[in-house]
Design a binder for this molecule. Structure first.
Ligand SMILES: [Zn+2]
Ligand SMILES: [Zn+2]
Length: 145
């Protein structure tokens, strides 16, 4: 499943207020994390009726709640809401890995678990980097006497 391609500009005031309200959050505004100006929806491709979602803060405590921002476009305007949610309890166990990977999304999220979501943009970047490395290596080979 491909990742949803929606992104949004961060409503900074709302995000700061939501972060300050967290029991297990960064606390003082001076300690607040640098927030990205733009956030990508982290869900797999989903229905238009489902809100887009991006994680703003990941709880450090085990079984802590993460802060998620949801947004939806409707009636010509974009609405945001911030919610603390438990992480998705799903864990995938691959043969090659002992520990298993936990899903990075929130409990009862729509669409696929995070390990089944492919980010075409990230894949593209990775491919670019591989090409650059290959090119550098070829060039180094040519320079050999
Ligand atoms: Zn989305
Ligand atoms: Zn999940």
């Amino acid at each position: 499943m491909l990742q949803c391609t929606a992104f949004t500009e961060l409503p900074e005031m709302g995000a700061r207020v939501a972060l300050m309200g967290l029991a297990d959050g960064p606390g003082q505004a001076s300690e607040a994390p640098d927030l990205d100006d733009f956030l990508l929806c982290e869900l797999g491709e989903h229905d238009e009726a489902v809100e887009h979602a991006a994680q703003l803060w990941s709880a450090s405590a085990p079984a802590g709640r993460d802060l998620w921002m949801f947004w939806a476009d409707g009636g010509g305007r974009r609405t945001f809401r911030f919610t603390e949610l438990l992480p998705c309890p799903a864990v995938i166990h691959r043969l090659s890995v002992k520990e298993g990977d936990a899903c990075l999304l929130y409990d009862r999220h729509p669409a696929a678990h995070s390990w089944d979501v492919r980010d075409p943009l990230a894949d593209l970047m990775a491919e670019r980097i591989r090409e650059d490395v290959r090119r550098d290596r070829d060039r180094a080979d040519e320079e050999e006497p």
